[in-house]
Design a protein around this ligand. Sequence first.
Ligand code: NAP
Length: 505
Amino acid sequence: MAPDRLDNSLLVIFGGTGDLARRKLYPALFNLFVDGFLPPALRVIAVGRRDFTRDSFRQEILLPSLETFSRRTAYLNTYFRPFATRLHYFRTDIYEPGGYTRLGQFLVEIEEEEAGCRGNRIFYLAVAPEHFGPVVRNLKETGLVPARGWQRVVIEKPFGHDLPSATELNRQLRAAFSEKEIYRIDHYLGKEMIQNIMVIRFANTFFEPVWNNKYIDHVQITSAETAGVEDRGSYYDRAGALRDMVQNHLLQLVTLVAMEPPASLATEAVRDEKVKVLRSLKPLNIAAVGKNAIRGQYGAGEIDGQGVPPYRQEREVDPHSITETFVALKLFIENFRWAGVPFYLRTGKRLPVKVTEIIIQFKSLPDILYFKEYGELRPNLLVIRVQPLEGVFVQLNAKRPGNNNYIAPIRLDFCQNCEVGVNSPEAYERLLYDVMRGDPTLFTRWDEVEAAWQFVDPIANAWAARPPLFPNYAAGQWGPPAARELLIRDGRHWWQEDELPPQRG
Ligand code: NAP
């Protein structure tokens, strides 16, 4: 972790009128402002094609974005005006080279007005991925980089479509920025409970000694959404769940659960351990893909009692699409700690509940002392809830009160956001804060991206060679039946909320 050095800078957001900027970036910046975490002279320059004046941008884009998406709307009356004075709008097309020269002059004018910025610049690419390379090339060719002070570039997902395209994108970025200046966002890493995984593992005597193949039976990682593709059909139909979720978010969760303790909390020490996990993933050959990689696409169904259309009828989706909206995988990490322990991953759209969680199932004790006649002996579970609830709980077996030896599962529970008034920061708050203070620990390094694609590409290629029979699950179900079979054939099952001991409170 880098020391706090919150230098002033200019934050230039390409795509400053887009969905990501409105939904995530401005609300995060506003929340940081309210909490006093923005550098005093930070200025934000939103770049877009549309015609806005500074005032109309603030009224038509900024204010509605904060009113709709900020967790701090109660502070708008007091803080909106001072916050808005830090925002500027700059109109250009990112393919117009003259636009960069004008932008450069505009940035210098702001720097002259606000001397504190000292030539430090952050370029945030909140535009479609095909624009990443051209924007960076233009920044370099028109002399906006290298900046006079420090410079950083923030890249949204997806980082490539496969290993060759990711390598090419990386080459383009590296022509203008060093690896240390590139911040590749994986917003899962900004979530509170994801950052908590390392703390739970490495700050508690309970867990580290049993965190291995001697005591852990298997790991389940679920990231489920009830939503469909909403207005991102055109992007999603080209990506699919494997590229959109597994290559980045889910494999990042695997690294945090499986990594060795780093030598320190320094950025590169943490990343070194994460990348070792990715490099130890057992590759899936074609036969293993057939057996251990399940894909699905939703048909019509019901979510929360409401009928929803099939994926192929979503806006901007090919009516014959064979894009997967669900993936379940069984994977192994080939190292001394994890040999033989399956990691089961699943993710999808239009699933019955919105939840992201990690379940560590420990091996069962022999049924010698407390066997069936005393009640149901459950495996110990450690459940890490990432969203929407944030917390952690442990399932234990305990004696039921009474004059006999009956046992029952109980739950030791900590819920971070169940209490009224607790309002965890959004992932983008932490990530933007880290970009501004120059701490890339929660961003993915190139070799992590590369190793993740090396694992995912053979699965994508094997699937591309064999067109699926889609749709194969109804919206509102937990994916196709094969996803359940994946565990059942190993004598296991996906844990469902209603099987776990109830939460008290
Ligand atoms: P979007 O809503 O389509 O917005 C695109 C933005 O790019 C708009 O501000 C648009 O400006 C600008 N733009 C497009 N072409 C341009 C051009 N030729 N010159 C100048 N500006 C141009 O896209 P988005 O959903 O915000 O996504 C942006 C990036 O974030 C993508 O890489 C996406 O994969 C990633 N991402 C988005 C989300 C999300 O929740 N939306 C989540 C994760 C990752 P105008 O409006 O002025 O045309």
